[in-house]
Structures are given as structure tokens and as C-alpha cells.
Design a protein around this ligand. Structure first.
Ligand code: HEC
Length: 121
């Protein structure tokens, strides 16, 4: 229940893992791993900065409790680690990202080299 509420109301700004993320106009939703239950509640009812307000008609106070306990379980989740700590995705996902970027670089080099070759002909 808390997870559903989190994913449909918060995850598009704070990311599925609570690591935060970029918004429009260079704004940034902060990481919420250090937020206390009280801070989470206050953020929902006050809507600080670019964050919308979630009144009790949008998310009832019972639902807010569920949501807060879900954020707590996110916070208790061990960080999967990885070299770059990319949104806590872990080594395997980081490997995939590096592989994709590496492959793109190799393809870019191949295009660059052959483009120079064509200019010579
Ligand atoms: C439109 C994007 C957006 C959505 C949706 C959103 N937030 Fe936020 N949130 C923000 C931004 C931006 C801030 C930083 C506000 C500031 O201090 O300027 C923030 C701040 C917070 C903070 C305070 C973090 C800290 O350590 O000070 C908490 C906790 C938080 N949000 C929880 C939530 C929860 C829970 C939800 C879902 C009910 C949610 N947010 C939905 C954008 C969003």
C-alpha cells in the first residue's frame, strides 16, 4: 500500500529508490534517505519549494502513515554499492551502464575514423 502510494505520488521526483532526481528548470528533488518520519510528513503537508502539497484529501493521514513506513523500508535497504554509487543501483546495473557507454564510444570512434578516411578519398 505504502509502496503504491510512493510510486504513484513521489517516485517521479524522488526516484524509485528515494535517491532524488533532476526536475525541470535546473531544480532538483533531494535524496530522502536521511529524512525522519516527521520530516517526511511535514514535507507532504507543507510542500516545500517545487514539491507539491499532499493534503489529507489527496493522501489521507492513514495513507501517509503507510507511505512513511514504506520510505522507512527504502531507507533500511542496504546500498547495493558499486563504484559510482549511481542512485544505489548496484554493481551489475553500473556494469551495464558502463558497457553501453563504452560501446557507444567505440561506435563513435569507428564513425570518426571512417569519416576521416572518406574525406581523403
Ligand atoms: C514535483 C516533484 C516532487 C514530488 C511529486 C514530491 N517531491 Fe518531495 N521534494 C521535492 C523538492 C523539489 C524538494 C525540495 C524542496 C526544497 O526544500 O526546496 C522535496 C523535498 C522533500 C523532502 C525533504 C527532504 C529533506 O531532507 O529536506 C521529503 C522528505 C520529501 N520531499 C518527500 C516526498 C514524499 C513522501 C513525496 C510523495 C508524497 C514527495 N516528496 C513528492 C519534489 C517533489
Amino acid at each position: 500500500m505504502g509502496m503504491k502510494l510512493y510510486l504513484s505520488n513521489c517516485a517521479h521526483c524522488h526516484s524509485w529508490s528515494g535517491a532524488g532526481g533532476a526536475l525541470t528548470d535546473g531544480r532538483w528533488a533531494p535524496e530522502i534517505h536521511d529524512a525522519t518520519p516527521r520530516e517526511i510528513y511535514e514535507a507532504m503537508v507543507t510542500g516545500p519549494g517545487a514539491m507539491p502539497m499532499f493534503s489529507d484529501t489527496v493522501i489521507t493521514s492513514d495513507e501517509k502513515q503507510e507511505l512513511i513506513s514504506y520510505v522507512k523500508t527504502l531507507q533500511d535497504e542496504p546500498n547495493a554499492g558499486g563504484v559510482f554509487d549511481l542512485a544505489r543501483v548496484g554493481q551489475v546495473a553500473e556494469g551495464l551502464i558502463s558497457w553501453t557507454i563504452g560501446l557507444a564510444l567505440i561506435i563513435a570512434c569507428a564513425i570518426w575514423i571512417t569519416a576521416k578516411q572518406r574525406a581523403h578519398d
